[in-house]
Ligand binder design. Structure first.
Ligand code: URA
Length: 208
């Protein structure tokens, strides 16, 4: 039987922010996007790494892109960077189950190269919808790619960290990516300041 005029083609993938409004839960959004091939990374990834954690979280952490371990397991921040991230969270008395963790892009770039601008552009509507559905009180951007993408600037880390920004009205704090801290442990003290800032905002404005 022929398809009707308004049937979606079988390869239909929602891409625009308006298309994604139809998905009312994270599960619906995940199901609708998990086979995405809008960019070349859809051909090479092993697993689509959508996000993980508490879908009612007041704090959302946004990293850059899945690495090899995340690609293998389909979960964000489960490798060495993830171990360090767990310790950072513990230092400010959060557990992983208190927060939601995701990335700017949901498929691993080969050899952990930086995401290309067109890959970010293809994936970003999914993150925006995730954030709309979770409606966190605070976003922690991990690293320059996450911060530059969400804040739509090209500033250096030093110019962004240590203060409170806004993303669509939501408080946003920037700190170093855990992988950068593994390479440069002397930056950990800046990260410690940044996450204490996050904890302070949380306690002062958003704790129950
Ligand atoms: N680095 C990221 O930015 N995200 C992950 O999920 C893992 C490593």
């Amino acid at each position: 039987m022929q398809g009707g005029l308004f049937d979606e083609p079988s390869e239909f993938l929602p891409s625009q922010e308006e298309d994604l409004q139809r998905y009312k839960t994270l599960t619906e959004l995940y199901e609708a996007t998990k086979t995405c091939k809008k960019c070349r990374l859809g051909e090479t990834r092993k697993n689509y790494v959508f996000g993980d954690g508490n879908e009612h979280a007041k704090v959302v952490l946004v990293g850059e892109a899945p690495g090899a371990d995340e690609d293998e397991q389909g979960l964000p921040f489960v490798g060495r960077s993830g171990q360090l991230l767990n310790n950072i969270l513990a230092a400010i008395k959060f557990e992983r189950r208190d927060v939601y963790i995701c990335n700017i892009i949901k498929s691993r770039p080969p050899n952990n190269r930086n995401p290309e601008p067109d890959e970010i552009a293809a994936c970003l509507p999914y993150l925006h919808r995730q954030l709309e559905l979770i409606r966190p009180k605070i976003i922690l951007a991990l690293g320059k790619v996450a911060a530059n993408t969400l804040l739509e600037n090209n500033l250096a880390m030093q110019a962004m960290r240590g203060k409170v920004h806004k993303w669509r009205g939501i408080d946003l704090v920037v700190t170093y990516h855990p992988a950068a801290l593994l390479r440069n442990p002397n930056w950990k003290r800046f990260c410690w300041e940044d996450v204490q800032l996050l904890r302070r905002i949380y306690d002062e404005k958003y704790a129950d």
